[in-house]
Design a protein around this ligand. Structure first.
Ligand code: SUD
Ligand code: ADP
Length: 289
C-alpha cells in the first residue's frame, strides 16, 4: 500500500524573540504561513519491520537524522506498530534555508502514517507529537497561517493573508538555526508589531502586511553573511513591495501583487542567485493530503 503526501514550505511574516527560557530555547512570537513550494513524500508499507528513507538529495540524511525518520520512529514506538515503512522524499524545498523543509517532511510523515497505520489520531494530537521532533513541526502539521508562540509549538490559526506572489531567493550557504539564536543580542532587539500584523491580515490589507514584515533574526544572519543583504537590495531594486529574510535564513522573500512585477523580480534574481522560486501563498489551514 502506498500514500503520497505533500509537505509545503513556510515563511515567517513576523518573528519576534521575547527572551531565553530555562530549557535553553527562546520564547518566540511568530506569524507563519505556508507557501506553494512543497516536497513530496511517497510512503510505502513494507513487509519487513524497518523504517527506510530514500532521498537523492546529498544534503538530506537517509538515516535516523532525517526528521521524517524521527516522525515514523516516534509513532512506531508509541503505538507499538509492527509494520515497516519506506519514505521516499522528493526534495523541492531548499535545505537549511529557513523554510522548514525538514519539519514539513516530518509533519507530512505524521499525517500520512496516521492514515497508513490507521492510528486514528486527531490533527491536534499529531501536532503535539510533532513538537517532540522540532519547534516548527506543530505548525507544519496544520499548515495555513498561524500565530506560533512558546518555542514555536503553540499554534493559533489565523485567516489567509491577502493573496500575492512570493519570490524566494536562496544563496549557496547554509545557516545553523541554533547558532543564529545563540548570537542574537537580546538587549538590542527592535520588536516587530505582531498585533499590527495580525490586524493587517484580518483587514486583508496588503500594504499593511508589507509595512509590518519583520524578523529579529535577520540582523544576526545578515552580519554573518553579507550576501543575504545584497539579495535583499536586489529584490528591492527589481520592485518587490516588501522584502524579508525567512526564519533563521538565509532565504530572502519578496512580495508582489502583479504578475509583471513578479516576472521582473524572478528573472532579475535568477542571474544573481543559486535557487529562485515564484510561488503563491497557500493561505488558510487546508486539507493538506
Ligand atoms: C527560526 C525558525 C523560525 O520558524 O525556523 P527555521 O529558520 O529553522 O526554519 C524556528 O524557530 C526554528 O525551528 P526548528 O528548526 O524546528 O528548531 P529546533 O529544531 O526545535 O531547534 C534548533 C535549535 O534552535 C534553537 N531554538 C529553536 C527554537 C526556539 N524557539 N528557540 C531556540 O533557541 C535551539 O538552540 C535549538 O537547539
Ligand atoms: N527531511 C529533511 N529534509 C531536509 N533536511 C533535513 C531533513 N531531515 C533532517 N534534515 C537536516 O535538518 C537540517 C535543517 O534542514 P531544514 O529543515 O531544511 O532547514 P530549516 O530548519 O532552516 O528550515 C539540514 O541541515 C538537514 O541535515
Amino acid at each position: 500500500m502506498k500514500l503520497l503526501v505533500k509537505a509545503p514550505a513556510k515563511i515567517n511574516l513576523s518573528l519576534d524573540v521575547l527572551g531565553k527560557r530555562e530549557d535553553g530555547y527562546h520564547e518566540v512570537e511568530m506569524i507563519m504561513t505556508t507557501i506553494d513550494l512543497a516536497d513530496r513524500l511517497e510512503l510505502t508499507l513494507l513487509d519487513k519491520d524497518e523504517i527506510k528513507i530514500v532521498s537523492h538529495n546529498r544534503f538530506v540524511p537517509d538515516d535516523h537524522r532525517n526528521l521524517a525518520y524521527q516522525a515514523a520512529h516516534l509513532l512506531k514506538n508509541r503505538f507499538n506498530v509492527k509494520q515497516g515503512v519506506s519514505i521516499a522524499i522528493e526534495k523541492v524545498i531548499p535545505v537549511a534555508a529557513g523554510l522548514a523543509g525538514g519539519s514539513s517532511d516530518a509533519a507530512a510523515a505524521l499525517r500520512g502514517l496516521n492514515k497508513l497505520w490507521q492510528l486514528g489520531l486527531t490533527i491536534d494530537e499529531l501536532a503535539e507529537i510533532g513538537a517532540e521532533i522540532g519547534s516548527d513541526v506543530s505548525f507544519c502539521v496544520y499548515g495555513g497561517t498561524a500565530l506560533a508562540t512558546g518555542r514555536g509549538e503553540l499554534i493559533q490559526a489565523l485567516p489567509a493573508p491577502p493573496t500575492c506572489w512570493v519570490i524566494l531567493a536562496k544563496p549557496f550557504i547554509g545557516v545553523s538555526t541554533a547558532e543564529v539564536y545563540r548570537r542574537l543580542n537580546k538587549q538590542g532587539i527592535k520588536h516587530p508589531q505582531t498585533l499590527a500584523m495580525i490586524k493587517a491580515i484580518e483587514d486583508q490589507s496588503y500594504s499593511d502586511v508589507c509595512a509590518h514584515l519583520s524578523n529579529v533574526l535577520e540582523s544576526v544572519t545578515l552580519k554573518m553573511h553579507p550576501e543575504v543583504n545584497q539579495i535583499k537590495e536586489q529584490m528591492q531594486r527589481f520592485g518587490a513591495d516588501a522584502v524579508l529574510m525567512s526564519g533563521s535564513g538565509p532565504t530572502v522573500f519578496g512580495l508582489a501583487q502583479h504578475d509583471s512585477r513578479m516576472h521582473r523580480i524572478y528573472n532579475g534574481l535568477r542571474g544573481f542567485c543559486d535557487q529562485v522560486f515564484a510561488v503563491r501563498l497557500l493561505g488558510e489551514q487546508h486539507k493538506l493530503d
